[in-house]
Design a protein around this ligand. Structure first.
Ligand SMILES: [Zn+2]
Length: 323
């Protein structure tokens, strides 16, 4: 039996929580008057007070989210659309108002008050040095078609002004994040072309080295370091991203690459989907010394709730990870 069930079972049934909260407040007042001191030992009442407090936080959170856009840094729905429907959005089962077996659909985005969304344009590391550019373009295409097919929900934008505008119109501002430096095929020309197609962040690597940046598997010993962070060309990629105004995303990169990019970049960077290594010792997470650099540079870590990155298998850390 949960605290909520046991708590409410001792009070009049079917009352809204707000009414119950008011009743608790009144009871508290009466008890204080009668006893002079608050000495609550009734376990069910404590449960109910906790629920009331949670309700207040939820109400406050909803109020904030109605006024301020919540921006999610990473969403793999375009990849799902490729693997499940070959990007055929007119497939009846791909209807985003009712799509079921995914984390994301339109009702869920609305329920979560998502104001802005970076959609991931991702292609696998196996495409590196092969057809990675074509496949990346196809994923940008499916994002743009989502905006066209659901104009009442999504608005594709490329600037902070565009995000504000979409939010004012009650739409989910939709932006493109290209997940993996292999997508530029070691070409600044391709990088610029992706920018013109809407790319507003580039994750410097996925889970594979590019010829110019090392990925996190270098830190687990599963792959050899090639660039010791960023190669000279990798630094020119960072400079070009800075010049264009494209965010540098450091999720998936090695610690040496994180530090090299943080030192090289003239603009704050992001981790679009990573968590804290100290709390959960997974190499996709951000270690404390890098977190200090994040603070110093005004950068941003957007927490990833994927199980492995918040619930470490190390028993000693498990209790911390669950905080
Ligand atoms: Zn990822």
């Amino acid at each position: 039996m949960t605290g909520e069930q046991s708590g409410t079972s001792l009070l009049p049934a079917r009352l809204p929580r707000r009414v119950l909260c008011a009743q608790v407040a009144r009871q508290e007042q009466q008890q204080e008057q009668a006893l002079g001191t608050v000495m609550w030992t009734s376990w069910w009442l404590w449960s109910l007070v906790a629920i009331c407090t949670a309700d207040q936080f939820q109400d406050r959170a909803k109020k904030i989210m109605q006024d301020t856009p919540v921006i999610d840094g990473h969403n793999d729905l375009p990849w799902k659309l490729l693997t499940m429907f070959n990007n055929q959005l007119r497939n009846q089962k791909a209807n985003l108002t009712s799509l079921a077996p995914t984390h994301t659909n339109i009702p869920k985005l609305r329920a979560g008050f998502v104001g802005g969304q970076f959609w991931s344009a991702y292609t696998t590391c196996e495409t590196q040095n092969k057809d990675t550019v074509r496949r990346t373009l196809e994923q940008i295409d499916v994002i743009q078609r989502m905006c066209q097919m659901y104009p009442e929900t999504f608005k594709c934008v490329t600037s902070s002004q565009g995000i504000r505008q979409a939010f004012q119109e009650g739409k989910v501002a939709s932006l493109v994040g290209v997940e993996g430096g292999h997508s530029i095929d070691s070409s600044l020309g391709v990088l610029r072309a992706l920018y013109h197609l809407g790319m507003r962040y580039l994750t410097l690597t996925h889970s594979c080295n590019t010829p110019w940046a090392d990925n996190w598997l270098v830190d687990t010993g599963e792959e050899e370091a090639q660039s010791q962070g960023l190669s000279p060309f990798g630094k020119s990629v960072v400079r070009e991203l800075n010049r264009l105004g494209v965010l540098i995303d450091l999720s998936h990169v090695s610690v040496a690459t994180m530090k090299a990019a943080l030192n090289q970049s003239r603009a704050p960077v992001i981790f679009s989907h990573s968590s804290a290594y100290k709390l959960c010792a997974h190499r996709r997470n951000v270690p404390d010394d890098v977190l200090r650099m994040v603070k110093q540079t005004g950068s941003l870590v957007m927490v990833n709730f994927y199980n492995d990155y918040v619930a470490s298998l190390a028993p000693l850390l498990l209790s911390l990870c669950l905080l």
